[in-house]
Design a protein around this ligand. Structure first.
Ligand SMILES: [Zn+2]
Ligand SMILES: [Zn+2]
Length: 140
């Protein structure tokens, strides 16, 4: 059985394609990723927020393992990575806690109400579920 199929002479040897698919979970725990994704960037200017959010998005964000020294009050009060100033100093001086420039900074709105609302919704959802249905299948 002779077949001429695929008898094309290649000028170049086929290169082994090393696909570099972006993976961020190589040495990362899902808990940490979750934590980073849930971070709310605040007390910084729009520009700095964008930079930090970019880092979060592309998994370049490295959270602080311990509080960092604030450049203003010299206390170890900086709890967020990439910020150089603590929130208190930032508020007092009216500056961005990352680039230290007096720009309009982003404040996180107190979302306590939001939380309560979600809790109530969750409760309602749980109550609406049919009760007495035991789905445990461990009765061997
Ligand atoms: Zn400070
Ligand atoms: Zn800034």
């Amino acid at each position: 059985m002779s077949s001429q199929k695929g008898n094309m002479s290649r000028s170049r040897p086929q290169k082994y394609k090393n696909k570099t698919a972006f993976k961020n979970n190589l040495h990362d725990t899902s808990g940490r990723t979750k934590f980073i994704n849930s971070l709310q960037v605040s007390n910084v200017c729009v520009r700095c927020r964008d930079i930090i959010e970019w880092k979060i998005k592309y998994k370049k964000y490295k959270p602080l393992t311990q509080p960092r020294k604030c450049v203003k009050c010299d206390q170890k009060t900086v709890k967020q990575a990439y910020h150089v100033m603590c929130v208190e100093c930032g508020n007092r001086l009216g500056v961005c806690t990352k680039c230290c420039q007096s720009k309009e900074v982003i404040k996180t709105a107190p979302n306590e109400q939001e939380q309560v609302k979600m809790d109530n919704e969750m409760k309602a959802l749980l109550e609406s579920l049919p009760k007495g249905k035991d789905e445990h299948s461990l009765d061997i």
